[in-house]
Design a protein around this ligand. Structure first.
Ligand SMILES: [Zn+2]
Length: 304
């Protein structure tokens, strides 16, 4: 752990500081990919954006190195979502941070999470649960582009206020970003309007907001992929998936596909990769969401 922290520190050593000092641009620290993408769109050439979660790293429960904590302290603004990364939640300062979850209407965390809390004997330890029970809502807000458009607008106001000399630039880019996200929302809305199945089965329940927005039903195991799935919940989901005739169980590249594979074999379904955008995709947020749309259309039997 220490070695990893030191390696991280060595990696980014001084670079952000030097750049910020050289350019005089406000430094914005984004907690993980979708917030990085959004900050870059809104900040453009007026801000220096860095990210805490390296590409290819699963952001849930990220540990912070000393360098990263210092970056947060020195940044003009840290953009994060409370409830995903407790170390980030602890490191941010209220007047220099933007919690994207406060910008939108959130959805409650899955009902079965609460059940698990009451059933201490049901496999998962009390400690483990307490660690993740920081917030009562589902934190995966970025998977609904319409909500992300709202976040963009609020973030733009915040960045314009923090750097008034360039306020107009932030406002222009914010309007452009919100328009891009609204267009993407319409593509998804049309593309998912007529599907044979509406049930989205996934091990990592990252798609609650996508399901909410496009009238799909997410059936999943846990909000945090680093948590051990409870056998009771696993068999409950398998039963539901079977009764709904589900043909595909969704998995993702940064999390072990084991749980999804076990589930798929119990249900007699295949697996497909749906990107929760928690780390940088091959393209960007918009292209990865379009890929997700295609994957969903195939798996759920939607008319194009
Ligand atoms: Zn997640």
């Amino acid at each position: 752990m220490l070695a990893a922290a030191l390696a991280t520190a060595a990696c980014g050593s001084g670079s952000t500081q030097t750049t910020a000092a050289a350019t005089g641009k406000p430094e914005v620290v984004a907690a993980f990919y979708p917030l990085q993408w959004l900050s870059e769109q809104v900040g453009g050439s007026d801000a220096q954006v860095t990210v805490l979660t390296a590409p290819g790293v699963e952001p849930h429960d990220l540990e912070l190195g000393i360098k990263q904590v210092t970056d947060i302290k020195n940044a003009a603004l840290t953009v994060y979502i409370k409830g995903i990364q407790p170390a980030v939640d602890d490191a941010v300062e209220p007047d220099k941070s933007f919690d994207a979850a406060t910008a939108v209407a959130t959805l409650p965390a899955g009902e079965h999470e609460e059940h698990a809390e009451h059933e201490e004997h049901a496999g998962e330890s009390e400690e483990e649960h307490a660690e993740h029970a920081d917030v009562s809502y589902d934190p995966h807000i970025w998977l609904d582009p319409s909500r992300l458009a709202t976040v963009a607008t609020k973030l733009g106001e915040r960045m314009a206020a923090a750097d008034p000399a360039h306020a107009q630039g932030y406002r222009d880019r914010t309007a452009k970003t919100a328009a891009t996200l609204t267009g993407l929302d319409q593509e998804l809305s049309q593309g998912l309007s007529t599907c044979r199945s509406k049930t989205l089965v996934t091990a990592h329940e990252a798609f609650g907001y996508l399901a909410d927005r496009y009238k799909l039903k997410q059936v999943g195991i846990t909000l945090d992929p680093e948590m051990e799935p409870s056998p009771a919940r696993l068999s409950e989901v398998a039963k539901l998936a079977k009764s709904e005739g589900v043909t595909t169980v969704f998995t993702e590249s940064l999390v072990s596909p084991k749980v999804a594979e076990v589930l798929a074999s119990q249900v007699g379904a295949k697996t497909a990769v749906l990107d929760p955008l928690e780390s940088k995709p091959a393209g960007d947020y918009v292209s990865a969401m379009r890929d997700n749309l295609k994957t969903l259309q195939t798996a759920l039997g939607c008319m194009a």
